[in-house]
Design a protein around this ligand. Sequence first.
Ligand code: SF4
Ligand code: SF4
Length: 326
Amino acid sequence: MKTVAFEKKARNVFFHILTQCNLSCRHCYINPEQHGYNMLSVEIINKWLDELYTENTNVIFLGGEPTLHPHLSLSVKHAKSLGYTSVTIDTNGYLFHDILDKVNPNDVNFFSFSLDGSTPEINDPIRGHGSYENCIKGVKKAKNKKFCTSMIYTVSRLNLNDLKNMPQLLMDLNIDRFFIQVIGIRGKSAKDSKKLQLNKQEWTSVIPEIARKIAKLGITVTYPKVFLEANEQFECGAKVSENFFIFPNGRVYQCPLCEDFPLHSLNFVNNKLIPTKKINESQLFDLGIQEGCVMNKLIQPDNIIYNDQGNPEYKIACCLLKETVS
Ligand code: SF4
Ligand code: SF4
């Protein structure tokens, strides 16, 4: 297992090309009031891809459900022609507009499927009736067409106990990479956080061990570090790596935890990336506090525990810091 240092020489573009979705997952972090209701045209997406490209840049197309965009394939091909190092499409598996027939494995490095349970009984109450079956069908279709596939499992109290059943399913589906996500206290889940969010004991006693077990099957597993011991070094990822979270209303964030607020540090204006006026998220990145991440303390203080002297017992890592096991 290794903690992945923030990649200083790579740029990651998380490109939400629309916010519409055919599902309505309980923990969805998309917040159209903050992120926009519009679907970007292919012309605009491509101009923004031009603007964001530099050497060693990865793009992840997201939504909402990005395959609801009828011209996603054109932007995928544009990204590849510009030289983007990798192109990923995150999908709930419904794969609209025959996307698998319009792109090929040279265009798309990974299709990443979101599934939150090893059975419909676990997954569907979280992601919606029929979503398990459609996701599995989508994975199989992608595999038949020789695409590399990832699976993303967002862990909450609703499905923590089911994680142990995922290795068999991942093997059966021949999944290449597995991402375990922590529930983000953003969007809809912000209203339900106490029922959903795991504490330190729940996270550390289950996640690393299952990740190791899955890695032994030959599948690379990535999961967020979340909890740092008091002696571990804290770093704010926004200060040391380049991650851009793009939304269809033109907002560009460097910190995902800021996405529920108008704190974005950049904006697309006339298709150029322009810094926003202060105060914005970038002023938060320099605030060193003993709890670790300042945004965590502001929006989800319940995951910190204090000792009798009033000091935090551990720090919360930057949400961008990941462990990888392979
Ligand atoms: S599939 Fe993704 S975008 Fe759609 S509702 Fe679920 S979490 Fe939100
Ligand atoms: S999650 Fe916290 S530590 Fe990470 S970029 Fe945001 S403010 Fe910085």
